[in-house]
Design a protein around this ligand. Structure first.
Ligand SMILES: [Cu+2]
Length: 195
């Protein structure tokens, strides 16, 4: 097809479909290691939870991944891939300054899994009562618009509909930071996190 024809078709498509979504990108500084960035609760908007169950693998005496980000309503499968038994529990569920009740999923052998549905946004700090060195995090976020940073602290949240939002930066052991953003096409939000 002629390139101009393709261009005209694209313009017509974008115009008629009213496609108006952008990307929020930026850089998280002040911390080392992975951070989580997400669009906070949007007034009057709910999102159907995804059907798939992301897996936290208990492998090599670690929770893998160390940080799992899921949308509220997601069921997470905890799978033991080691020869030894593992447990998973979180002493409390952190919702901002609030500390909700924790949960102990029990202890199970290799090849078995336990599932848990995370209904509310917040953070579950994972521990294993068999192996004191095991730790991890389930970060439950209120929207499907989230990302984790790469090794340089850069992140990109794609397909965010145009609008006004609050973007939250999370890092283990560090205070959350919130910044407003107006998305109209691409937008940039940088943060410097600190205790
Ligand atoms: Cu363990």
């Amino acid at each position: 097809m002629n390139r101009n024809v393709v261009r005209i078709i694209l313009v017509v498509l974008v115009t008629t479909l009213g496609v108006s979504a952008g990307t929020i990108n930026g850089k998280i500084s002040g911390v080392s290691g992975e951070s989580v960035v997400y669009v906070d609760t949007i007034q009057g908007k709910t999102f159907p939870p995804p059907g798939e169950h992301p897996v936290v693998n208990q492998k090599g005496l670690m929770f893998q991944p160390h940080i799992l980000v899921v949308q509220a309503g997601t069921t997470v499968d905890f799978l033991n891939s080691d020869k030894v038994a593992h447990n998973a529990f979180w002493p409390s569920f952190q919702q901002g300054a609030k500390r909700g009740p924790g949960k102990n999923l029990g202890t199970w052998p290799q090849g078995e899994k336990r599932s848990f549905k995370f209904d509310q946004p917040g953070v579950a700090p994972l521990l294993c009562n068999v192996h004191a060195e095991m730790s991890g995090y389930i970060v439950v976020v209120p929207t499907p618009y989230f990302a984790t940073t790469d090794s340089g602290g850069n992140y990109k949240i794609e397909n965010v509909p145009d609008g006004q939002y609050n973007v939250v930066g999370w890092h283990e052991g560090i205070k959350n930071q919130t910044k407003p953003v107006a998305v109209s096409g691409d937008a940039q939000v940088d943060m410097t996190l600190s205790k």
